[in-house]
Design a protein around this ligand. Structure first.
Ligand code: NOJ
Length: 729
């Protein structure tokens, strides 16, 4: 790759040769054609009026578009071709939320590496990923695409994925440019309804929503995408404060910012812009360098510059940013190396990685009487449920280029796993997850009755999560719960495997089943990963990257909430049925909880069981008083007290007890995935810089205050040993 200095020189030289219309052309991105290239488009390419395309999936068309641009336009500036490669290109990895459940960012990095390679071979230079929107709301369909509710965990995954896509050298033919999205606050949509308004105070913006973007920048991300939502009354796409001031000026981001699809034009619907000319003006002023799909820039920027409403320096700055990335990608030398032929099938190594990630992402939520793993040879297993043999739905949202013929379904994998002496009988029971058709129920119940165990594959189809696919009810859709309830009456033990794009409210069903594996949408290698866990080839080790509510009424719900002045105490009782008539108001106690659902979640953040047990002991600190410039050294012993070798995710949380702005009851500050043999004890150490234990003020300034902190280490955000330390002046 050319050195940065050389690239800057090339950028300047090229810019000096460009006419205003050509500069603006670089800032225009249009959608692909998948067919005959219209004459009008050929002409625009020749005139240098298009800088980028997305979704051009026919390799021959892509090559021809590039050829016209390179050979027939005055300056021959290559197009940058983008695609949503969100959790895999051909090899589909678990959805990003599931990847976060591994708590092993290096795996997400490796997956992004594979995705980059496959996408590059299909002719793409740029992915619109990773998506790093923190959310506290599982109703929001796009929770599937991000890393959950915690900005520390999310930041590590965001940076890892950027490194995976981009590698060490953006110009190498198997790396692609990444895009940190959606900037910013998109996950804070009111009510979890996609595209909805967000109100985010400045301190929370900095403490919760911005850190993953900062981490992506530090990992060298090439581009950032502005979000659809408005923040505190200003659309994210026209937001001078977040884009121009924070991202470009304060953080010195030198890549480019692309708007989301039509998000510039939508500033008219927001009530922020009068017309498309106003859209162009406000977008460029805020710092949008490239406009995706809508045409405010191509229609009005030239006029705005000529009329001196928009200074040409803003255009120059935007174009430099875009050219910089095109040079870094090596597109001027060889854009077509990205269009080598994509292999017929995903390779074995990629599939093995997809399986490893899926295996480590699956969370064991319940395991009554140690029903799992199924170690002894059984005569008969019933496989039931609408998600048991569906090669499409398990791939999850944003599967654009994966192929269902590559998917190994749970049914296929279970059949493959058992010996000749075990009979596997299958009935879907319901044709799809939302179905209420009970006509197959009798057969399913009969099958359950004559089997030794039922593996019930429930969940939601991939279309029920993702963009614009928010849900107000988070139950298992259709008649799945009715079928499970009926099967439970047979007395045959049930293993429930949930395949979903978000936390579902499965509280009503928990008591009816014996074991639960929460498998998310695991991708191409769904079946083999689940089968390995069911039959004990590996122990589950996924941990929840998001809090599971008991019911939708508890949302927003997240572990790092504030304490309030009247925090709930003791057990989270549901008391509504026991309240006597005409009871006096305060006789029930005045604390912050719901009468009908208590205050605790169904499962806390960080939660996940194993086939073995881990014991934590001997939590100690090197020193319990440290200065802001120091690091606090934490040690803990973790022992595998069960009888199976397994992974555990050791988690460290803190609480700043008194501060000038109140702090959350817990904050994740470190974690480690470790593997222990039975009876093995490992001494684990963490080193926390005190300078990382601060927070932002309402003005957005970062401060670290002296004072006492609690510190916990354990296997989830509730469990753990506790100690205290103090930051001193
Ligand atoms: C809209 C989505 O919000 C964004 O995430 C995606 O990258 C673009 N469409 C392009 O497909």
């Amino acid at each position: 790759m050319a050195a940065d200095k050389d690239i800057e020189k090339q950028v300047e030289e090229l810019l000096a040769k460009m006419m205003l219309s050509e500069k603006i052309g670089q800032m225009v991105q249009i959608n692909g054609f998948k067919g005959k290239i219209p004459d009008e488009l050929r002409q625009k390419l020749r005139e240098g009026k298009i800088g980028s395309m997305l979704n051009e999936i026919v390799p021959e068309t892509s090559l021809e578009l590039q050829r016209i641009t390179r050979e027939e336009s005055r300056l021959g500036i290559p197009l940058i071709m983008g695609r949503d490669v969100i959790h895999g290109y051909r090899t589909i990895f678990p959805i990003p939320l599931a990847q976060a459940a591994t708590w092993e960012p290096s795996l997400a990095q490796a997956a992004a590496r594979v995705a980059a390679k496959e996408a590059a071979h299909a002719g793409f230079h740029w992915t619109f990923a990773p998506m790093m929107d923190i959310t506290h709301d599982p109703r929001w369909g796009r929770i599937a695409e991000g890393f959950g509710e915690d900005s520390y965990l999310g930041s590590l995954f965001a940076a890892a994925m950027v490194r995976g896509f981009q590698g060490d050298n953006l110009s190498s033919p198997d790396t692609i440019a990444a895009c940190a999205k959606h900037y910013v606050g998109y996950g804070a949509a009111e009510g979890g309804r996609d595209y909805n308004t967000a109100y985010i105070p400045e301190n929370l913006l900095h403490d919760v929503y911005l850190p993953p973007f900062k981490a992506a920048l530090e990992a060298g991300v090439a581009s950032v995408m502005s979000a659809f939502n408005e923040i505190n009354g200003v659309p994210a796409t026209g937001n001078v404060h977040t884009i121009r001031e924070i991202l470009k000026e304060r953080w010195k981001f030198d890549g480019f910012v692309v708007s989301d699809w039509n998000s510039t034009a939508e500033m008219i619907s927001h009530g922020y812009c009068e017309d498309m000319k106003d859209v162009a003006k406000k977008s460029i002023t805020a710092g949008i360098d490239m406009e995706m799909q809508s045409t405010a820039y191509s229609d009005y920027l030239e006029e705005l510059v000529t009329q001196k409403v928009v200074p040409e320096e803003l255009i120059d700055d935007a174009v430099k940013r875009i050219l910089r990335i095109k040079f870094k990608l090596g597109l001027f030398e060889k854009p077509s190396v990205y269009s080598a032929k994509l292999p017929e099938k995903p390779d074995e190594e990629s599939l093995a990685l997809a399986k490893e990630i899926a295996t480590k992402s699956i969370v064991l939520l319940k395991n009554e009487n140690k029903l799992l793993p199924l170690l002894k040879e059984l005569k008969s297993i019933a496989v039931i449920g609408p998600m048991a043999d569906d090669p499409y739905e398990v791939l999850g949202t944003w599967n654009r280029d994966g192929k269902i013929e590559d998917t190994v379904t749970p049914l296929a994998a279970v059949r493959d796993m058992v010996g000749d002496n075990t009979e596997i009988n299958y009935i879907a029971g319901l044709p799809y997850s939302r179905s209420k058709d009970t006509s197959e129920f009798a057969k399913a119940i009969k099958l359950a009755k004559k089997s030794e165990v039922v593996l019930f594959f429930a969940g939601e189809e991939s279309i029920l999560s993702g963009e614009a696919h928010s849900r107000a009810f988070l139950n298992l859709p259709g008649a799945q719960d009715v079928l499970i309830t009926e099967i439970a009456k047979t007395g045959t033990p049930i293993v429930l495997i949930v395949l979903a794009g978000r936390p579902l409210c499965i509280g009503d069903i928990i008591e009816k089943v014996d074991a639960i594996l929460y498998a998310w949408h695991p991708g191409t290698m769904c079946g083999p990963a689940i089968a390995d866990l069911i039959f004990g080839i590996e122990s589950p080790s996924g941990k929840l990257p998001v809090t599971f509510p008991k019911t939708e009424g508890q949302i927003p719900i997240y572990y790092n909430h504030k304490n309030s002045g009247r925090p709930p105490e003791g057990k989270s009782l549901t008391m509504i049925d026991d309240i006597p008539l005409r009871a006096y108001q305060s006789s029930l106690g005045d604390t912050s909880r719901y009468l009908d659902i208590g205050f605790e979640p169904l499962y806390p953040f960080g939660y996940g069981l194993s086939y073995t047990q881990f014991e934590y002991s001997n939590l100690r600190l090197a020193e319990d008083k440290i200065k802001v410039s120091d690091a606090i050294k934490v040690f803990v012993d973790v022992t595998n007290t069960g009888d199976m070798e397994a992974d555990e995710v050791v988690q460290l949380y803190i609480r700043d007890l008194v501060a000038s702005l109140t702090r959350p009851v817990k904050e994740l500050k470190g974690f480690k995935r470790i593997r222990l043999k039975p009876n093995e004890t490992r001494k684990i150490n963490f080193e926390l810089s005190a300078s990382n234990l601060g927070f932002h003020t309402n003005e957005g300034n970062y401060i670290v205050e002296a004072g006492k902190f609690n510190l916990w280490v354990g296997g989830d955000s509730n469990a753990g040993l506790m100690t205290q330390f103090e930051i001193v002046e």
